[in-house]
Design a protein around this ligand. Structure first.
Ligand code: FES
Ligand code: FES
Length: 163
């Protein structure tokens, strides 16, 4: 029987601890040990982006990260995006633009889009399309997603000007 490793990490600002077998991915640990099932496994090989999370401020595919690598790191998932019962503007704009159908890709797209807007608040459409090229969607045809991200970016810029 393999020896489980004790992991201490931070998820969405909260300290968490769990046990993990060697070789278990961060994606599986989030879903199976921490019941954070927003990140999805589309491919398990880094090709679809459905499992996107932030690790120490960097966008990663959690299917390509081992759970043991989360020790003493800072993880942000889709579950931490809405704050105080309020949807993040990206989430709101995805709803308004009907930028989802089955929703399987949506958590990954939202996490990836937030990562873009955090570092580039005023991206061009081309920049949004390139940034999200690693997030596959089988349903929407992408245009509504791109419009939702551009609209959310504009709203966030406006909110910053007012603040
Ligand atoms: S499940 Fe991780 S990139 Fe597809
Ligand atoms: S909404 Fe179904 S995969 Fe994107």
């Amino acid at each position: 029987m393999s020896k489980r490793t004790h992991i201490s990490t931070t998820v969405n600002g909260d300290p968490v601890e769990f046990l993990s077998d060697p070789g278990v991915t961060l994606l599986d640990a989030l879903r199976d040990e921490l019941q954070l099932t927003g990140a999805k496994e589309g491919c398990g090989s880094g090709d679809c982006g459905a499992c996107s999370v932030m690790l120490d401020g960097r966008l990663v595919c959690s299917c390509l990260v081992l759970a043991v690598e989360a020790e003493d790191r800072r993880i942000e998932t889709i579950e931490g995006m809405a704050q105080g019962g309020e949807l993040h503007p990206l989430q709101q704009k995805f709803l308004e633009h009907a930028a989802l159908q089955c929703g399987f890709c949506t958590p990954g797209l939202l996490v990836a889009s937030k990562a873009l807007l955090d570092q580039n608040p005023d991206p061009t459409e081309t920049e949004v399309r390139y940034w999200l090229a690693g997030n596959l969607c089988r349903c929407t045809g992408y245009d509504k997603i791109i419009r939702a991200v551009m609209d959310a970016a504009a709203e966030l810029r406006q909110a910053r000007r007012v603040a």
